[in-house]
Design a protein around this ligand. Structure first.
Ligand SMILES: Nc1nc2c(ncn2[C@@H]2O[C@H](COP(=O)(O)OP(=O)(O)OP(=O)(O)O)[C@@H](O)[C@H]2O)c(=O)[nH]1
Length: 255
């Protein structure tokens, strides 16, 4: 007969896999560094980063000294970021499972997507909850554009609100527009320079972790990518291995 106490212990310590996606440069690595800095004293954490050809995001996090270096693992996707977080999640799933095994029991694994376009979201087979990250400097109207991440990620972060006055964006309005586009789902105006907003982000993570442990949190699929296609080798010099329509919108850029 299985040891009941061990089973319930592992149940209550079930690792939360939290994805962070969003366009290039919106502050995903900085947000993850902040979460590690603020929460690693109370939670056992690890990070998996995704870059196309480099391990730059992992190196940034290692050099920030926010977690022991062995708890930060880089996946080189070799293709558009969404391919590795949604279409073929094998490399990421292997990395997450390796971390969970090596550092068991882990409370939280953060998975950072490479910067992609507004439609890139994680497969719910890879992560339990996801944050989609926008940046005020990308323009105040971006939140109104919708798409799966903006509309249905578990949390939408409107990041770098401290920059809003310098880029002529009304951050409060952008947050309100985002809340409207999300039918009331969670939206947070965040700045690394505003401790109150950082505390709100940490509280949100704690709440989701508790809901995950108690079985109340159900992973949602924000929805598939917009249809798009690449030939075997596109103009950026990378191929896809899948075949769907692609419109190369200005926000379609990858790291
Ligand atoms: N002013 C300000 N700058 C920020 C904030 N968060 C991040 N940044 C800056 O924004 C730039 C990009 O941040 P990153 O965290 O590297 O963004 P990223 O989304 O991980 O970038 P990619 O991985 O290249 O897609 C860096 O220069 C950060 O210092 C913020 O809250 N306020």
């Amino acid at each position: 007969m299985p040891d009941q106490s061990t089973a319930s212990e592992s149940e209550t310590r079930r690792t939360l896999r939290l994805g962070v996606a969003g366009p290039v440069g919106t502050g995903k690595s900085s947000l993850i560094a902040t979460l590690c800095r603020e929460l690693s004293g109370e939670l056992s954490m690890a990070v998996v980063t995704n870059d196309i050809y480099t391990d730059e995001d992992a190196r940034f996090l290692r050099s920030a000294g926010v977690l022991p270096t062995e708890r930060i693992h880089a996946v080189e996707t070799g293709a558009c970021p969404h391919t590795a977080i949604r279409d073929d999640i094998t490399a990421n799933l292997d990395a997450v499972e390796d971390m969970e095994e090596e550092f068991a029991p882990l409370d939280l694994v953060l998975v950072e997507s490479g910067g992609d376009n507004l439609t890139a979201t994680f497969s719910p087979a890879l992560i339990d909850a996801q944050i989609f990250c926008l940046d005020v400097a990308g323009g105040g109207d971006v939140a109104r554009k919708g798409g799966p991440g903006i509309g249905r990620a578990d949390l939408l972060v409107v990041n770098k609100v401290d920059l809003a006055p310098y880029v002529n964006v009304d951050a409060e309005r952008m947050v309100a527009d985002a809340a409207k586009a999300r039918d009331g789902r969670a939206v947070l105006g965040l700045s690394q320079h505003d401790p109150a907003s950082v505390a709100q982000l940490c509280d949100w993570v704690r709440t989701v972790l508790n809901a995950h442990r108690s079985g109340e949190h159900i992973p949602q699929d924000p929805g598939p990518m917009a249809p798009h296609s690449h030939g075997p080798e596109d103009e950026h010099g990378h191929g896809h291995g899948h075949d769907h329509e692609h419109d190369h919108a200005p926000e379609h850029a990858h790291t």
